[in-house]
Unconditional design. Sequence first.
Length: 264
Amino acid sequence: MQAFQETSCPVCGAAEAHVFLKETNVSCSDYFEGVRLYNDDIGDTALVKCTVCGFARFRDMHAWTPETFRERIYNKDYHLCDPPFEEERPARLARWLAPLCEGHRLIDYGGGEGRTAALLRDQEIDAVAFDPFYSGETLPDWRADIVTAFEVVEHVPAQRALFSTLLALLAPGGVVVFSTLLQPETLAPDWWYASARNGHVSFHTPDSLGRTLRGAGADMISLSDEVHVASRDAGALERWRRVDPVAVSGTPRHAFVRAWAELA
């Protein structure tokens, strides 16, 4: 067995500890559908966790290039691992966002083919989408009152750079509304959200997420364990404390009972 190579947490700089190995081709949808959607065993990937702030990551995948992600993850078979990505989730998010966005400009960052933004435009919301992996669009030259980033954070290795980018898109007093599911108290190999085939490579605790936002010059609040709001304007955050969160990812019905071969 190969010895663990000591590494440092990209959030706080503390030492990381090896937590578990997980088969790379296990997807989040396996836990929802109750079957293996990608049958080929292409090897395991190691998850490490910071011994101080708790930030966890698939370390080797953090070193992948965008081209590698396009080839191995965001390819023609990606839709299998996240069926709600194309229509169901955008429709749910648009219903939740519409009353919150009236009279505001919105940029949906990481919005795939732009379905959420299109549904908001149907309701006369000034919304555009940008996704570095899916759309040919460029970022607008104007600043938004609301920047959304749903199911984006866990896909990105460079966390502080991501939030710096999102915050830079805001007009004064604007907010970033984003989702990422926080870690459970015990980080076990069978935590469904830590599934590499979906491109999920970064997993926060409340501590690590707060440190990341402060490092990018902002504060944040959590509306739930998966929906969060960040801003450089404390008053803007206060206005969101009373907002009921949307359910973004759902709750899986299955678990693996024999390694990564059998679900129940």
